[in-house]
Design a protein around this ligand. Structure first.
Ligand SMILES: *Cc1c(COP(=O)(O)O)cnc(C)c1O
Length: 368
């Protein structure tokens, strides 16, 4: 622990890298000799322009993508994307495939249906309480996109490889695992992520959209989606560098610093993935070797970001969470919809934190 900070296993908003928080603190009152805080500055200023452009450039470098991909910052969280995607990309007569792997996928599906769009739920793991990622899915060749949730924050599962969709672009909600590993971006027409898990503070959603998807939405604007409000159109953001209106300036700035940390201190996404694998492996190995704790997700589908587990009884789980708090460990309660325990170990969670957690888990189990 540093400076009275706890080991933070929150699911979101969640832990950010300490060097990033310190840099924010140091520059907070006087940002780069401007004589003011970044949050007091015009979003039309050269200094803020530089923040946005650098964040976009870092995103492209980290994911190894070029200008063919538009990097956008949109407010409304990942939840607004559940609506914007079908609104912008599905016209009359066209359809999309959705895979249902948990709470967030279910919400994305619900939103598309609310808009009366034609979607097919081509696979679901609901039969086993979303404890696995479906395999051998048959996708529709004429779908405009395939929507998946790469990491299921609440259920603790993750896609470890992405499906072959017969060339149909994948759109993935990557809110809880973006930048945790390198990606084969050719497979994706679009990825998006609410920032508050792995990127920065809440209030900004990072949307990365390929040219052909943007074009599809622009073509529809000419014919079928003419009345779509400007704030709900992707090209409003892409044509104005995400600054049609005032963006979440602070959120974008914090994101810039997290990406800088990823590039300059971690050394890129392959190194980040190695760290994440090491942390996850250590925790799952411990849980598997214990006869007290039980992991809830099926082995091949386990998330390296959100480790969900149970204790022998709900009373013990309650006591575990209480004692963890007293021992300087927070955020271990499972999502209210599933109960149990969950340790979120995102990019910013250190090995030291995972080691401390295991040590505590050991002693708790021994004392019972
Ligand atoms: C947290 C989360 C969301 C919701 O994000 P908001 O930014 O609160 O709308 C959506 N999808 C996934 C996978 C999440 O983890």
């Amino acid at each position: 622990m540093t400076e009275n900070r706890i080991f933070n296993f929150n699911a979101g908003p969640s832990a950010l890298p300490l060097p990033v928080l310190k840099e924010i603190q140091e520059s907070f009152l006087n940002y780069k000799n401007s004589g003011m805080s970044l949050i007091e500055m015009s979003h039309r200023s050269a200094q803020f322009d530089e923040v946005v452009n650098d964040t976009v450039a870092r995103t492209r470098r980290l994911l190894n993508i070029d200008e063919k991909y538009h990097v956008l910052f949109i407010q409304g969280g990942a939840s607004l994307q559940f609506a914007m995607i079908p609104m912008n990309l599905l016209g009359v007569g066209s359809s999309a495939d959705y895979v249902n792997t948990g709470t967030w996928s279910t919400k994305a599906i619900k939103e598309a249906k609310l808009l009366e769009k034609k979607i097919n739920v081509v696979a679901s793991s609901e039969d086993k309480n979303f404890s696995y990622i479906p395999q051998n899915i048959k996708f529709n060749k004429d779908a405009k996109y395939v929507h998946i949730t790469s990491n299921n924050t609440i259920k603790g599962t993750q896609w470890h490889s992405f499906p072959d969709t017969n060339g149909v672009p994948i759109i993935s909600d990557m809110s809880s695992d973006i930048f945790s590993r390198p990606l084969e971006m050719e497979k994706f027409g679009m990825i998006y992520a609410g920032a508050q898990k792995n990127i920065g503070p809440a209030g900004v959603c990072l949307v990365i959209m390929r040219d052909d998807m943007l074009k599809l939405s622009e073509d529809l604007l000419q014919s079928e989606t003419k009345t779509l409000p400007n704030m709900l159109r992707y090209n409003t953001y892409s044509s104005q560098n995400s600054m049609y209106n005032t963006p979440n300036c602070f959120g974008i700035y914090a994101t810039q610093l997290v990406l800088k940390w990823l590039e300059e201190e971690v050394g890129g996404l392959a190194k980040m993935e190695a760290r994440n694998q090491e942390k996850g492996q250590m925790l799952y190995d411990f849980i598997d070797g214990s006869n007290f704790y039980r992991a809830t997700a099926e082995k091949e589908s386990r998330s390296l970001m959100n480790v969900t587990f149970r204790l022998p009884s709900e009373e013990l789980e309650k006591e575990f969470i209480g004692q963890a708090t007293k021992n300087g460990m927070g955020g271990l309660k499972g999502h209210r919809s599933v109960g149990g325990c969950r340790a979120s170990i995102y990019n910013a969670t250190t090995m030291e934190a995972v080691e401390a957690l295991i040590k505590f888990m050991k002693s708790f189990a021994t004392g019972k």
